[in-house]
Design a protein around this ligand. Structure first.
Ligand code: GLP
Length: 264
């Protein structure tokens, strides 16, 4: 696990670099990259940077397939907070990825377990995710894997915690009763299957979750801790989110001394 402590804009550039590198590496093999994309505020600056590179530097997402982490159950097709619509607005509409190449779990399916199984199959059929962008909830959830989630879980229905619904009420006019109670989410094992995981967190409200995720014992009570088992996980945090890290000085030194040839 690599921890980088830096200001937000630099973190966004590093995450965008990881995405761009995967796009170029796959293209060199005559293939298209598979991206794992996240909602929430944490990856927004990354999408801004990718959109900028697309517009100004010709970075192309044509042929790239993208898989979302999660989706609310039951939000109507046109609801602005339906994650499919959020991703369209924040990312897909700003680059040249085809709408048909952006996938998410179907929170409106009649048969939700079947939709979850189909989603797992679609990710596998695409060859798995090359780079997975991630945020973390204040309760340590990644995707929507709330505390207590099986560390071996795959895409399934979950009940959101009260805390997550309160955190997300800001997107629903501050009204927690309008935040759906259920979601479909990639499981922790699904997230762990991605070849490179890039997690972003900023702000003091994430400090406790980041402390557990990086330095705590691996436990379903802090689901993001499973990333300690990932062979290539990069944790990008600003000063505030890093404020409870015991080894912050070591992470800073490691990054400062990073060999020039070594990417995140
Ligand atoms: C949401 C999403 C997660 C996200 C997390 C943090 O509920 N389901 O994928 O990482 O909570 O959100 P934010 O980045 O807005 O703090």
């Amino acid at each position: 696990m690599e921890v980088v402590i830096a200001p937000g804009p630099e973190l966004a550039r590093l995450a965008a670099d990881a995405v761009e590198r995967a796009l170029r590496a796959r293209a060199a093999e005559g293939r298209h990259a598979v991206l794992g994309i996240a909602t929430g505020s944490s990856p927004l600056a990354v999408y801004d940077e990718l959109a900028r590179r697309h517009a100004q530097e010709g970075l192309s997402f044509a042929g790239v397939r993208a898989f979302m982490l999660d989706e609310y159950v039951g939000l109507p097709v046109e609801h602005p907070e339906r994650y499919r619509n959020v991703i369209e607005k924040e990312f897909a509409s700003r680059v040249d990825i085809a709408a048909a190449d952006v996938h998410g779990p179907d929170g409106l399916a009649e048969d939700l377990p079947a939709a979850c199984a189909a989603y797992e199959a679609a990710i596998a059929d695409a060859g798995g995710v090359d780079v997975q962008l991630l945020g973390v909830g204040t309760d340590g959830h990644i995707a929507f894997n709330e505390p207590g989630s099986s560390l071996a879980s795959r895409t399934r229905i979950k009940t959101l915690t009260r805390q997550t619904r309160e955190d997300n009420a800001r997107f629903f006019d501050g009204d927690v009763s309008r935040v759906p109670t259920h979601c479909l989410t990639q499981g922790l094992a699904t997230v762990m299957s991605a070849r490179h995981v890039v997690l972003l967190a900023s702000g003091k409200q994430k400090a406790e979750a980041i402390h557990h995720l990086v330095e705590g014992p691996v436990t379903a009570m802090w689901p993001g801790t499973i990333l300690q088992h990932h062979p290539h996980a990069t944790i990008l945090v600003d000063e505030a989110a890093a404020s409870r890290l015991q080894l912050a000085a070591y992470y800073r030194e490691t990054y400062a001394l990073k060999p020039a040839w070594q990417t995140i």
